[in-house]
Design a protein around this ligand. Structure first.
Ligand SMILES: Cc1cc2nc3c(=O)[nH]c(=O)nc-3n(C[C@H](O)[C@H](O)[C@H](O)COP(=O)(O)O)c2cc1C
Length: 158
């Protein structure tokens, strides 16, 4: 019998992760982003990572169109930003500090790290598409990460 979807989410939630906002840019120039924790470092030479994007996300078509994305790794004090980008809305970027990176996708203010990518391959992944990105720019700051575990936001004990 196939595993129940909610039970699978509960079990997978025991795998603690950081939290990112994956950004890209729409054909009309509008900034696009969604909260994501399905991120894996794949290769150092060449520099590759992968993300998984839900086919039902409003952001979904813009990745295939732009063929680029930026991974913004959130700091411990960016839970509100994570919640905002995990909620469907036409104005996620309203009032949000960002700059446009070299690849054209937004880099959010005060993130712990960012990786600017060009999509070099995509794979079927059930109800998600797996995007392999070649990392063209990457940078990190000192700070504490935002964590996600068992369906809730966490931080390292002080
Ligand atoms: C902690 C967390 C991690 C998430 N990870 C992913 C992910 O890896 N891929 C994905 O497609 N959606 C993920 N989501 C769900 C999206 O953020 C959510 O569906 C969002 O509403 C999509 O926005 P959109 O429909 O405006 O594009 C995650 C949500 C949370 C809270």
């Amino acid at each position: 019998m196939p595993i129940d979807k909610n039970e699978l989410r509960r079990v997978m939630g025991h795998f603690a992760t950081g939290v990112t906002i994956i950004t890209t840019v729409a054909k009309d120039g509008q900034m696009v982003g969604l909260t994501a924790n399905a991120l894996t470092s794949v290769s150092l030479v060449p520099p590759l990572l992968l993300i998984c994007v839900d086919k039902s996300a409003d952001s979904y078509p813009h990745f295939a169109d732009s063929k680029l994305f930026t991974v913004n790794v959130l700091s411990g004090d960016q839970e509100d930003l994570s919640r905002r980008f995990a909620t469907k809305s036409d104005n996620k970027f309203q009032g949000v500090a960002y700059r446009v990176g070299a690849n054209g996708a937004p880099i959010l203010g005060n993130v712990l790290a960012f990786m600017e990518c060009r999509i070099v391959a995509s794979y079927e992944g059930g109800d998600h598409t797996i995007y392999l990105g070649e990392i063209e720019e990457a940078s990190a700051l000192e700070g504490q990460p935002l964590l996600f575990y068992r369906g809730g936001y966490r931080s390292f004990a002080p």
